[in-house]
Design a protein around this ligand. Sequence first.
Ligand code: OAD
Length: 257
Amino acid sequence: MAAVEPSSEMLNTVATWIARADLVCCMTGAGISAESGIATFRGPDGLWEGRRPEDVATPEAFQRDPESVWRFYQARRKALISARPNAGHFALVRLAELVADFQLITQNVDGLHREAGSREVIELHGDVRIDRCTNCQWETRVEGAAERSALPHCPECDGLLRPGVVWFGEMLPPGAIEAAQLAAENCQVMLVVGTSSLVQPAAALASWAQTQGAKVVEINTDSTVLSSSADVHLRGPSGEVLPALVAGVRILSEPRP
Ligand code: OAD
């Protein structure tokens, strides 16, 4: 594993791996949205700092105190109103156009990949802007963060609505992990961007890909539990590293005279 600054020749090596690949997979986490002003989970100022995830991000917490849980997710929806995709999100849209096949997998619930223009994103942890009925499974995607004086209820059956995110202890959306595992198994390069690689099953995808022969490239401002086993750690903000990497892939993909 080599940790390098974005401008080194290691970027060219990774760009070459990507340009030669039949399938490139990219797994993103909260770090890719940090440059859009969205808080990450861990570390100072993270969403879990001073808060126990089990108080706001479990089915038990919602049963016990739905108002508190809704307050937490309403605040996250509000933070998204002014958030826009950043250069890292847009670089992944361009990358998908340059390579033979591309699969984007995200742990993020902010919808910024789709807003940037990425299609067919596997959203392992759901979408924070979805309201879903706990009784009949009716759901809708809400824009913005409407002020709510009372707990929201389903227009179809009056059941309590919940945010469409995956909580600790819950199953991932049907088919999501299977599709992600298939992509990890078949890719030649797995980019792991802006995630602490601590939450399963998402974290296992990189080692699964590596076991199947893929190069694992971590892009992160810090070292993580993945750093020592990744083939390369490109250290830096994804809003800078990804555009530089994609520029390298573009040069390699241009037809030669
Ligand atoms: P974390 O907050 O655990 O990790 C964010 C990672 O992004 C850290 O490793 C940072 O070093 C890195 N980072 C921060 N800014 C960056 C930048 N500009 N460029 C590149 N890297 C940067 O977030 P996740 O790994 O996404 O799950 O968290 C995984 C899951 O844990 C979340 O989906 C959520 C949480 O509990 C659920 O709520 C189910």
